[in-house]
Design a protein. Structure first.
Length: 493
């Protein structure tokens, strides 16, 4: 046994005022019979123990650990909590917090429990189970209601990790000084404190069991500090302001692996949607290929996307296979002109010479409107893209009338508009008009490999320039049926 491990075990053993469990180093904090060692705030009757389970059921209340282990003051630790959330339940697990009589804890951090809660009043809660609330948010539902799951939270030095059923979701290292979003009232920086469970409201019913901790030495190294720049700060600020920090347009290309994407996602605080190209001449060309790809990512903390290529895709895939994806997106970069010539707009030889740019634009807009009206897509990507030969005249060719035709079709069909970082499209004039019309937006990279997978920088710029708020953004599953459920008849039978 290594010398450090001997020292650690001796340290942990000397600090515990309760017996160790069978697994060395772990201490049970909930005895399964009483609230001994726990203190509820405000509505104390919201907490009950029955059948070995702790239930949160009633008006708002927080249950703080006040027992003897480490005198209820933890700096470094591993905490495990098993929970089961009823439908529409909102709850959480706090750490580095302190008892307070009323309200939501102002001190410390919260790990979110929320599978299907949608928010209250006009507010829509997007942060799902496993989120380090407001700092590293998870936007995809990863566990169903009415099923037990296990959260493991670890703090070591300046590093916080959150695992959900063993899957690492959060790997956040706090910078020095901490980056705290503007207007945030919580004392949200790593210090020390106790744990708390949340009963959010009378409609949020959650069961807990298996609450245990493994204290770690106070003097663990802080870990490698992150690089903090303006983009880093804006990502945290927007996430705390409920803007969904998701890059919905990520490709595993040119050697970029899923493991690299997940590591970058955890580092940057941007969840990802992994897309596969589906259509004529692309990697996936039938239902079986679509099924294999969707199922390969089923257990991963990512959204799974179909990039529908060309106009033939609707007759290549069935509603059943398309329905396996979290969302579908396409663009208007592949279409057939009025002379029967199929072209891909990013390939100059296929586009050829554009003798009449105005005629070309009218055809492009007509094709785009047709795509938005007829195809079962959730997001329109690479929006307003033009071939290289006329891209320099973008502002003149994308007239207000043409923009409004595309925008109106997107609104009619509930299609979100991507803010694309690769091409820096659409331009602000389009986005401002789309916002005024009620469009929803997404961030998207459309990377070609590992070297150009950024941090949605153009999207962050446009949020500021176009005054976009969380209400302006699309999240899969948050706004009703998917496009494939709305338009199944558009696909092959």
């Amino acid at each position: 046994m290594r010398e450090w491990e001997v020292t650690r075990r001796a340290f942990v053993g000397s600090m515990l005022a309760a017996p160790l469990s069978a697994e060395d180093g772990w201490v049970e904090l909930f005895d399964g019979k009483t609230l001994q060692g726990w203190r509820p705030s405000e509505s104390q009757a919201s907490w009950k123990v029955a059948g070995g389970l702790l239930s949160a059921d009633g008006p708002r209340s927080h249950l703080f650990y006040t027992g003897p282990v480490r005198s209820a003051s933890f700096r470094n630790f591993e905490l495990e909590v098993e929970a089961l959330a009823r439908p529409a339940a909102n709850s959480g697990v706090y750490f580095h917090t302190a008892y307070q009589e009323t309200g939501f804890p102002r001190k410390g951090f919260e790990v979110q429990i929320n599978n299907t809660a949608t928010g209250e009043g006009d507010y829509r809660e997007r942060k799902k189970t496993g989120s380090l609330y407001g700092l590293r948010n998870i936007y995809k539902q990863l566990v169903p209601d009415d099923r037990w799951f296990k959260l493991r939270v670890a703090v070591r030095g300046k590093n916080i990790q959150v695992r959900l059923d063993g899957v690492l979701l959060v790997d956040y290292t706090e910078p020095t000084p901490p980056v705290i979003p503007p207007g945030n009232e919580r004392e949200r920086f790593l210090d020390r404190g106790t744990f708390a469970l949340q009963c959010h409201d009378p409609g949020s019913k959650v069961l807990f069991r298996g609450i245990r901790v493994r204290p770690l030495p106070d003097n663990l190294p802080p870990g490698e500090a992150p690089v903090v720049d303006d983009v880093y700060r804006r990502i945290i600020a927007l996430g705390a302001a409920n803007v969904p920090m998701v890059d919905y347009h990520v490709h595993l290309k040119a050697g970029l692996s899923l493991e690299q994407v997940l590591a970058k996602s955890r580092r940057d605080g941007i969840q990802c949607g992994i897309a596969v190209n589906c259509g004529k001449g692309f990697p996936v060309q039938d239902d079986e290929g679509a099924r294999r790809f969707a199922e390969s990512l089923q257990a991963q903390p990512v959204f799974v996307a179909m990039q529908a290529e060309g106009r033939e895709w609707t007759q290549m895939f069935s509603p059943r296979s398309v329905g396996l994806f979290d969302y579908v997106f396409t663009d208007s970069m592949t279409w057939t002109d009025n002379r029967g010539r199929r072209m891909r707009l990013w390939i100059p030889p296929e586009v050829g010479t554009i003798a009449d740019p105005q005629e070309f634009m009218d055809t492009l807009v007509a094709r785009t409107v047709g795509i938005l009206e007829q195809e079962p897509i959730d997001i329109y990507v690479n929006p307003t893209f033009l071939p290289d030969s006329i891209a320099g005249d973008y502002d003149r060719l994308w007239t207000e009338e043409r923009m409004n035709k595309v925008i109106a079709a997107a609104v009619r069909n509930g299609v979100a508009i991507e803010i694309n970082s690769r091409y820096r499209l659409p331009r602000p004039a389009f986005l401002k008009a789309a916002k005024a019309a009620g469009c929803k937006f997404t961030f998207g990279t459309n990377n070609g490999g590992p070297d150009d997978l950024g941090r949605c920088e153009y999207g962050l710029e446009m949020v500021a320039e176009c005054n976009l708020g969380w209400q302006d953004f699309f999240v899969p599953g948050a706004a009703g049926p998917k496009a494939v459920e709305r338009k199944p008849g558009a696909l092959k039978g």
